[in-house]
Design a protein around this ligand. Sequence first.
Ligand code: GTP
Length: 261
Amino acid sequence: MMSVLPPVRRDRIVAELSQCFKKEACLHTRDSFHSKVISACKQQRTGTVGRFKISKVIVVGDLSVGKTCMINRFCKDVFDKNYKATIGVDFEMERFEILGIPFSLQLWDTAGQERFKCIASTYYRGAQAIVITFDLTDISSLEHTKQWLQDALKENDPSSVLLFLVGSKKDLSTSSQYALIERDALKVAKEMQAEYWSVSSLTGENVKEFFFRVASLTFETSVLAELEKTNARRIGDVVRINSNDNNLYQNTKKNKSKCCQ
Ligand SMILES: Nc1nc2c(ncn2[C@@H]2O[C@H](COP(=O)(O)OP(=O)(O)OP(=O)(O)O)[C@@H](O)[C@H]2O)c(=O)[nH]1
């Protein structure tokens, strides 16, 4: 039996590229989607994007930095002040419509506790985006982000995966504390070539904006990758046609010389 999905929620419809948080540490500063992506979407030429493709996003970071709360704030608009450790992994599915194309993100919430880390790491593979989270009130959690990144990259292709460094619990830090840690976080983000964000799951500040940016950029890279695949296939076809033409030409030459003999 064919299952029919409900329509995408009205507040998950994206018509414009969501903007970055800080221009000093972002993946790109373009105001709108890549022109090739816009025209591919208009012509519904997005290949597997919008049909079967589900993009995987993994959220990693120290225990209790607020990974689960961030995902729950975005997906369910709730906040739980009680800490319940994630055991292994958990995931949420979010459906968007971007430039008229359906697009699904699978958000993987992984365990930060050391004893569950080995279970969680088996789910790192195949991520299109890695969200490395730290607590804005705990500098050691920022220091540990490099290790989290290294572990996640062991299972993924560093040249194609999108990286985000997210400081959580913004509501708990004073403005002077925040300014100091953000200065360090921007440096770390640049070293990692990650895009920097800060959020609060308690107040909801920047949470939606952040996940919309993740969705926009993963969508854009997926469509560009599809277009590249199609181009590569076309170039392959032209090379094949040319080599067939060449064979035809060689055969015609042979036949001609036979005729003339
Ligand atoms: N004030 C405040 N507290 C937060 C925020 N985000 C998370 N917390 C609290 O921090 C604690 C840990 O949050 P979780 O989201 O469970 O942390 P986690 O990173 O998923 O933890 P693990 O599953 O062990 O890896 C909980 O008590 C949350 O209520 C926030 O933005 N502001």
